[in-house]
Design a protein around this ligand. Structure first.
Ligand code: PLP
Length: 429
């Protein structure tokens, strides 16, 4: 494509589009992409970038994958969309069965929705309706961790970190929840009971009005890329049992192998009451999310007022998305993915290690296929974004974090190029 076409797309974008977390009037130029293959994005002017972001952590198999393409095409020839009220279809039936098989045994009921944020809304509604059905309708509050991220809709936003989530902007429109400090005990270390003192105190004081605790297990993603002790989750489960409060795990970022286990909860061997999945579920092809709960919770809700769970998105269980998800999860399971993710962890650790000695670097950490350079100060995205593109990589920092979550198929030499570019850019800051 010509340079003219490239610039026309940038101008057209500037005229009418609004990008995530961006100004409508003073945004930097966007980078038009014409196609993508494997781990490479092709810009509309012909440049190629190694993609370190996997399109916000979703494209675990890379782009334009023949297996996923075939899944879309064969479903397209059957039916693209069906209302899910009164009708069902094989992709949804088979995907639900597979998700129940892969997640802990008590989780046997699946509610599909369109995005991660909605999956969190659904989880929160399940918790509220559960207590309503048990005659404890006062239990309407949630406990969340600081530095957490659970999505951008109102319910989800109410349990995101109040500072990075800019809760003050939304005033009384946002429900007030209880927040406890983020777990300080690092990944891989045992967690003393004292680390959950604030959690215990909150539950002790307010259990009668608390519906559930919601956390991202092991990795706090968009709220800070923090990795914490799996042991924290075991103790959190025990506390939730002690105070009879539900436990929701948001594995939208961590699910499908990203942390080295299929689900991060496996690091702790802990079973939540409700589990949210999204992002990598369709291998980054389509928007789909799932909220799983136990039969006991599903039965209690169904025995409550109205006898139904009160949610039903138009595009619920979209057949194209379910068929693609089924193909993506099966493709993952057909690979030695543990070995691939372990290799990525090793190569990311090795490649990012030189950043430790740089000025302005506070920490370098990796877990599974996640590599993070934490700086002492926030980066200026406007300055830094072109520096990555000039070096042939797509890395999108936020705040003080320069991080990557590459597709699992990324070859060693591409990981080396990606991490070298990260270290080079950080050194130049
Ligand atoms: C991305 C994310 C969400 C929100 O998902 P969307 O599909 O963007 O709505 C929720 N929770 C976590 C942990 C996430 O990483």
């Amino acid at each position: 494509m010509s340079d003219n076409r490239y610039r026309a797309l940038q101008q057209g974008d500037r005229a009418h589009l609004w990008h995530p977390y961006a100004s409508a009037v003073d945004a930097p130029d966007m980078y038009p992409v014409s196609s993508a293959q494997g781990v490479r994005l092709q810009l509309a002017d012909g440049r190629e970038l190694i993609d370190g972001m996997a399109s916000w952590w979703c494209a675990i198999h890379g782009y334009n994958h023949p297996v996923l393409n075939r899944a879309v095409q064969s479903q397209l020839a059957q039916v693209s969309h069906l209302m899910f009220g009164g009708l069902t279809h094989a992709p949804a039936v088979e995907l639900a069965a597979l998700l129940c098989e892969l997640t802990p045994a008590p989780l046997q009921r699946v509610f599909f929705s369109d995005s991660g944020s909605v999956a969190v809304e659904v989880a929160m509604k399940m918790a509220l309706q559960y207590w309503q059905a048990r005659g404890l309708a006062r239990r309407q509050k949630f406990v969340a961790l600081r530095n957490g991220y659970h999505g951008d809709t109102f319910g989800a936003m109410s349990v995101c970190d109040p500072v990075t989530g800019m809760h003050h902007l939304f005033g009384d429109a946002l429900h007030r929840q209880y927040f406890v400090p983020a777990p300080e005990v690092p990944w891989g270390e045992p967690c003393p009971a004292s680390a959950l003192a604030a959690m215990r105190a909150t539950l002790q004081a307010h259990a009668a009005e608390i519906a559930a605790v919601i956390v991202e297990p092991v990795v706090q993603g968009a709220g800070g890329m923090r990795f914490y002790s799996a042991d924290y989750l075991r103790q959190l489960r025990a506390l939730c049992n002690e105070f009879d409060v539900l436990l929701i795990f948001d594995e939208i970022a961590t699910g499908f192998g990203r942390t080295g286990k299929l689900f991060a909860l496996e690091h702790a061997q802990v079973v939540p009451d409700i589990l949210c999945l999204g992002k990598a579920l369709t291998g980054g092809y389509m928007t789909l999310a799932a909220t799983l709960c136990s039969d006991a919770i599903a039965a209690t809700i169904s025995g409550g007022e109205g006898g139904a769970f009160m949610h039903g998105p138009t595009f619920m269980a979209n057949p194209l998305a379910c068929a693609t998800a089924l193909a993506s999860v099966r493709l993952l399971l057909s690979h030695p993915w543990q070995r691939e993710v372990a290799r990525l962890q090793q190569e990311l650790s090795q490649g990012l290690a030189p950043a430790r000695d740089l000025d302005g670097v506070a920490d370098v950490r990796t877990l599974g296929a996640i590599g993070v350079i934490e700086l002492r100060e926030a980066v200026d995205l406007r300055r830094v974004q072109p520096m990555f593109v000039e070096r042939g990589v797509w890395v999108r920092p936020f705040g003080r974090l320069v991080y990557v979550m590459p597709p699992y198929i990324m070859q060693s030499q591409d990981v080396a190029a990606l991490t070298a570019a990260m270290v080079d850019v950080v050194a130049a800051l």
